[in-house]
Design a protein around this ligand. Structure first.
Ligand code: HEC
Length: 101
């Protein structure tokens, strides 16, 4: 019983920030071009997480791409700069994307 409670509170603790970050991504319009588990206009966030799982500094790298946009990594379509996103939110979003795998 104690174990079950501990498990419940642990999983609730993990799920809540992930959900908050999904809502952040929705509010910043990321989900207009991305989905967690399928390609839309941009790559799925799971694919991004898999690609960068062994990359050092991936959070900073992707936070920079989120802010300034990027091109040529996933296909012919570039990602425009997301000027509505603060640097702190870009880091939060990058860290969230990397844990969607
Ligand atoms: C207008 C469509 C569009 C919007 C809006 C958009 N993206 Fe993207 N995103 C793309 C495309 C297209 C790519 C692939 C670019 C490439 O091939 O380098 C991409 C790539 C990425 C990558 C991988 C970058 C890389 O170099 O591997 C991440 C991470 C990402 N987007 C996160 C976000 C987040 C977070 C937001 C919201 C703040 C967002 N995107 C909003 C279209 C979009």
């Amino acid at each position: 019983m104690k174990k079950a409670l501990l498990f419940l509170s642990l999983s609730a603790g993990l799920a809540a920030p992930a959900l908050a970050d999904l809502q952040l991504a929705q509010s910043k319009n990321c989900m207009a071009c991305h989905a967690v588990d399928k390609k839309v206009i941009g790559p799925s966030f799971k694919d991004v997480a898999a690609k960068y799982k062994d990359t050092k500094g991936a959070t900073d790298l992707l936070a920079g791409k989120i802010l300034k946009g990027g091109s040529g990594v996933w296909g012919p379509v570039p990602m425009p700069a997301n000027t509505q996103v603060s640097e702190a939110d870009a880091k939060k979003l990058a860290a969230w994307v990397l844990q969607t795998k």
